[in-house]
Design a protein around this ligand. Structure first.
Ligand code: DLL
Length: 439
């Protein structure tokens, strides 16, 4: 197993040097935000925080957490720390009702982002000989452009096919000899399945795929094995994590050992907290990941509550890197679902249902993996059972609900109208989501 390390100076430095660098960068960040961001300046003033008061990394705990709501409340550009003319790119996160979360990058931020992604894709085995097809949607989503520039940085040949159009994806894969694919796990599996269906005309050995850079949604080891087996031919996948608020992909990713996702710690300082109390937990504990982007300048993010549940291992890795590794995302502390790469909150469905006559406020979201793609069924309860006998009225109601929800979520869904009082009632927190994907 040959381990490639893109930036050994940063990825293999001693833990004590790394901590010193993180502290230096943290102090510089606090000073920068104090001087350039009204949002952070006001917070620092209220809590008596200045750069001089940050003496050790643990002093970060005096800085309040930043949340998605802070970004939404200041939509679109309220948290910028530079004049807008210094911003060279914006992205926005899908999902959630109301305003999306907008993120913004200076030229230096984009440069750092590409470096972060370059390290991870190189660690996974891509290099300047790779031919990489990017099957993430290009657009406001950070996935495609993030991977695009990181892969160009290591000299790979990038094929920006974007998402969808399976026939074309497979044709380019065969004709170009694509050996690396960037996709969500579910789409990668779907493509393999589609390739198999065309096996008589194009046998599986017409594909040269060797590496899958997967991410943006969870993937169990069992699911990964299924993906690798369906492509066959030694196909090998790594898990890559990130979020728009922290640039996008590039925060962490697996090396060939696949024993945790290496964090780009010179750029990202991570803490793990108890999601209920907000208390910082000891090293190695499982909890909600909180991240400070130490080098971001256009729209700085300090102590961001990711809502993702994980734990961090600080032991050095056999690959030679000394950077800490986070466990695959174990779950979320809120109810966000990721379906075919799109963030979906049950509250979005609820807001679509409000105001529609003839249905009760009880609903359920059923997420399944069908034919290797994630599907969402919205089960809605009727108030009056006699409607079930009036086909055309029922269809009209179903279509109305379908169109309203689809419009808000931006993905195809199935709506089922069920008899009154058939959806389970809860005395505590309602369990609106039935996620059957890994069952
Ligand atoms: O999904 C960024 C990304 C793109 C990462 C491409 C990797 C590859 P958002 O759309 O803002 O950004 O969604 C972020 O997706 O908080 C997690 O809940 C989930 N997520 C991202 N990567 C993983 C992963 C991008 N590898 C949210 N495993 C995050 C599990 C993931 N969940």
């Amino acid at each position: 197993m040959k381990h490639q390390i893109w930036n050994p100076e940063m990825e293999c430095m001693s833990r004590s040097d790394l901590k010193a660098l993180q502290l230096e960068r943290l102090k510089a960040l606090v000073d920068y935000c104090d001087k350039n961001s009204k949002f952070y300046h006001d917070r620092f003033e209220k809590h008596g925080i200045t750069a001089d008061k940050i003496k050790t990394l643990s002093d970060i705990q005096y800085i309040p957490y930043t949340t998605k709501d802070n970004l939404r409340d200041t939509y679109p550009f309220g948290m910028l720390s530079v004049p807008q003319k210094k911003i060279v790119r914006v992205h926005a996160s899908s999902g959630t009702t109301g305003n999306p979360t907008v993120v913004a990058y200076t030229r230096e931020d984009l440069d750092n982002w590409s470096e972060q992604v370059a390290r991870l894709v190189y660690a996974a085995g891509a290099n300047d000989e790779s031919i990489v097809q990017i099957c993430f949607g290009y657009g406001m989503f950070t996935g495609a452009l993030g991977l695009h520039y990181g892969l160009e940085r290591i000299g790979a040949t990038v094929v920006p096919t974007s998402s969808g159009n399976t026939e074309k994806q497979l044709k380019f894969m065969r004709d170009f000899g694509t050996d690396t694919i960037v996709a969500t796990p579910s789409y990668c599996l779907y493509l393999a399945e589609s390739a198999r269906e065309r096996g008589i005309e194009f046998p599986m050995d017409s594909y040269k795929l060797k590496l899958g850079l997967l991410g943006s949604e969870g993937c169990t080891p069992e699911m990964r094995k299924q993906i690798e087996d369906s492509w066959g031919g030694g196909f090998f996948c790594t898990d890559n994590y990130g979020m728009s608020e922290l640039n996008g992909p590039g925060m962490s990713g697996e090396c060939l050992m696949r024993d945790g996702l290496h964090i780009n710690e010179d750029h990202f300082y991570c803490e793990v907290i108890d999601p209920k109390t907000g208390e910082v937990l000891p090293e190695g504990s499982e909890g909600e990941l909180v991240v400070t982007n130490l080098t971001k300048r256009g729209l700085p993010i300090l102590r961001y509550r990711t809502k993702d549940i994980t734990k961090i291992n600080y032991e050095p890795c056999e690959c030679g890197r000394t950077t800490a590794r986070m466990h695959k995302i174990i779950g979320r502390s809120d109810d966000m679902l990721k379906i075919r790469g799109v963030n979906v909150f049950p509250s979005q469905v609820e807001s679509a249902l409000i105001g529609i006559n003839s249905i009760s406020p009880h609903y359920q979201l059923v997420v399944r993996r069908e034919g290797f793609a994630d599907t969402l069924e919205v089960r809605v309860e009727l108030i009056d059972a006699t409607l079930l006998e009036k086909y055309s009225e029922l269809e009209k109601l179903r279509k109305n609900i379908h169109d309203k929800i689809k419009n808000i979520l931006g993905i195809e869904i199935k709506v089922s109208l069920v008899e009154p009082k058939t959806i389970e009632r809860f005395t505590g927190k309602a369990q609106r989501v039935l996620d059957l994907r890994n069952k």
